[in-house]
Design a protein around this ligand. Structure first.
Ligand code: V47
Ligand code: SF4
Length: 388
């Protein structure tokens, strides 16, 4: 999407004047305000939003689409909290339906990846009262003994808040202990929607928005980067989404520690919010586009394909997204249990590369910190090497 094609779109008489003003700001590299963000959601046509978002995406990343090779460990789905949207957790009282891996089982999962070229392990699960800070710190150390080079991206702010509270340490002390044992970064989960009233309705008993932001700010100050998510498409309104993005944008101005923004579509199977219908694919794409336009200081925007499905993930690459979450085998249950498109979210690297190439984007395998691992544009899978 070139500057001249955007200018042509801005001349289109069907675009509302106030939306044209926002388009001109985007072209000039200026920041969109809160009210303008809400207006984009309320009045922006999908095609117009997509053009602006794609322009930003291509200015920053060209056709590059990143993915990484990781695997997930979910140590337990037993959780002391009771988020209304969660299809995954089993409260302690329903322990029969829960799982709880012991240390040996977790280390066996790590060992099962021996010889496989994964660069990251993503550890996230329910909040189990018996699995505390020291347990997880030791676990990370043992994982690093098995795979010294692997990047450990672990624990949402929800898990960290609970761990630190139970261990009676500050967030700084807790995060420093985990860092000293080998943790590299934090995933973006647990953010949901920061608006306090909506949060009270959907996940009243877990860490507050302020605590979530404080934990990420502390991690950034210790040199641990992180991601941020937003759970959308339930009872929130557009201004709640912009408020959420705005709080993240402000923190990113302060710390620069966020890598990636990951919108997560609410799925309604088998949870306490099953009566709420899921939003459409059009809404998903609009949400990606507005996120790309509003979150001007977030380098990357990720589509989590196990949740939205492969076709929408491909489409999202024209709506601001420049990253598709990796070849994660069949190791995460959080979305398949909530009714996502992908019941077995496994893709080989070759399939993922083809998925990206099919929509004329340039696949690059990255590590957690977006260093290039392999450029797949001229990769020959038969010879297992780059040919050009
Ligand atoms: O915080 C739970 C979400 C998140 C549902 O950082 C649901 O790279 C939709 O943190 N419908 C956890 N979403 C997952 C997470 C994550 C995922 C991918 C990449 C990264 C990253 C982090 O899953 C929770 C919650 O927002 N979730 N239930 C549901 N029914
Ligand atoms: Fe527990 Fe996380 Fe599910 Fe909430 S979303 S109930 S914190 S596992």
């Amino acid at each position: 999407m070139s500057e001249s094609s955007i200018k042509a779109i801005l001349k289109d008489s069907e675009v509302l004047p106030e939306l044209k003003t926002i388009g001109e700001k985007v072209l000039a590299g200026e920041r969109v305000t809160f009210n303008e963000g809400v207006l984009l959601f309320e009045k922006g046509e999908l095609g117009y939003l997509g053009s602006l978002a794609n322009y930003i995406r291509e200015q920053r990343h060209g056709d590059t689409t990143y993915f990484n090779r990781n695997f997930h460990i979910e140590p337990t789905n037993i959780c002391v909290f009771d988020c209304k949207f969660c299809s995954y957790s089993r409260l302690l009282k329903h322990k029969m339906e829960g799982w709880e891996y012991d240390e040996e089982q977790i280390l066996d999962i790590v060992k099962s990846y021996n010889g496989k070229p994964v660069t990251e392990v993503h550890i996230v699960g329910g909040v189990h009262p018996k699995m505390g800070l020291q347990y997880f710190a030791n676990l990370i150390r043992k994982i690093k003994e098995i795979r010294p080079e692997i990047h450990v991206k672990a624990f949402t702010a929800v898990e960290l808040e609970y761990m630190c509270r139970k261990a009676k340490v500050s967030y700084r002390e807790g995060l420093q202990i985990l860092k000293d044992h080998g943790q590299g970064s934090l995933p973006g989960g647990g953010a949901e929607i920061f608006d306090e009233e909506i949060r009270q309705e959907i996940c009243a008993d877990k860490c507050s928005s302020q605590e979530w932001l404080e934990i990420h700010e502390t991690a950034h100050s210790l040199g641990m980067p992180s991601n941020a998510t937003m759970l959308y498409g339930h009872i929130e309104q557009y201004h709640h989404r912009i408020d959420h993005m705005n709080r993240l944008r402000e923190l990113q101005d302060k710390t620069g520690g966020f890598n990636t923004f990951i919108p997560l579509k609410f799925r309604n199977k088998d949870n306490q919010m099953s009566h709420i219908p899921e939003v459409s694919v059009v809404e998903d794409l609009k949400n990606y586009a507005v996120s790309r336009i509003y979150m001007d200081n977030f380098p990357h925007l990720k589509a989590y394909w196990p949740m939205i499905g492969r076709s929408t993930a491909q489409l999202s690459l024209n709506f601001g997204v420049n990253d598709i979450d990796g070849t994660i085998d069949d190791s995460t249950k959080i979305y398949s249990m909530a009714g996502s498109e992908e019941q077995n979210p496994a893709l080989t690297t070759r399939q993922l590369v083809e998925l990206i190439k099919e929509v004329d984007r340039h696949p690059i395998e990255r590590d957690t910190l977006y260093n290039v691992v392999t450029d797949y544009i001229d990769y020959d899978f038969e010879q297992e090497k780059v040919t050009a």
